[in-house]
Design a protein around this ligand. Structure first.
Ligand code: GRF
Length: 192
């Protein structure tokens, strides 16, 4: 990886659509960027997001549904091979084991579509609407063994309108996800 000398190397795990991956690729692709996405891994070989990595000539792997421990071991080997400085989860739908987090030993960030600590887990938009919350948003946090509970790095709110439904709210939140994740990674890496 000589060509990335002096750059911070990022790996991204995805499971599906990959719109966050797409926005991260766009943000970090500038030639003079000090941050480079060097590896994308999916636990789903059909993840649409892998196409974005392909198009940008980023090394990527889509593993067929294998046991989690096998997925994690294969991923660890790749993370080591490409000597990444940070792993960012972007719509990665598996919960990483404590063993993986310990063995990787570098920071892992995640993006979550709610204002954590509210609504950990799934169906965040429907839950926020059901509870008649006035705001939702997105959170970037450090990944620990406890689901969606690590240190919060950055959050941004969006207003929930009366006319919103889970779909429209998802769209609004996704827009701010694309805006804050690149920024959060950049700031986090500059403080490492
Ligand atoms: C995003 O809402 C992200 O916050 C959540 O899963 C969704 C993934 O979307 N963890 P995409 O695959 O990045 O389009």
């Amino acid at each position: 990886m000589e060509k990335y000398l002096g750059k911070k190397k990022v790996a991204i795990f995805i499971s599906g659509r990959g719109s966050n991956l797409k926005s991260l690729i766009k943000y970090f692709k500038k030639k003079n960027s000090l941050i480079k996405i060097v590896l994308v891994i999916s636990n789903n070989p059909d993840a649409k997001g892998l196409k974005y990595a392909d198009r940008s000539k980023i090394i990527n792997y889509g593993f067929k549904s294998i046991r989690k421990s096998i997925f994690e071991n294969q991923s660890l080997k790749l993370l080591k091979k490409y000597n990444v400085d940070i792993l960012c989860l972007a719509g990665f739908m598996k919960i990483l084991s404590g063993n993986f987090i310990k063995k990787f030993s570098k920071p892992i960030l995640n993006i979550h579509p709610s204002l954590l600590p509210k609504y950990k887990g799934l169906n965040t938009h429907a839950r926020a609407i059901k509870n008649k919350d006035s705001f939702s948003g997105a959170t970037i946090h450090v990944v620990t063994q406890k689901l969606d509970s690590g240190k919060i790095i950055l959050q941004k709110k969006v207003k929930i309108l009366k006319k919103d439904n889970p779909k429209t709210l998802e769209k609004k939140v996704l827009k701010i996800e694309h805006e804050i994740y690149p920024r959060a990674i950049k700031n986090f890496l500059s403080n490492l």
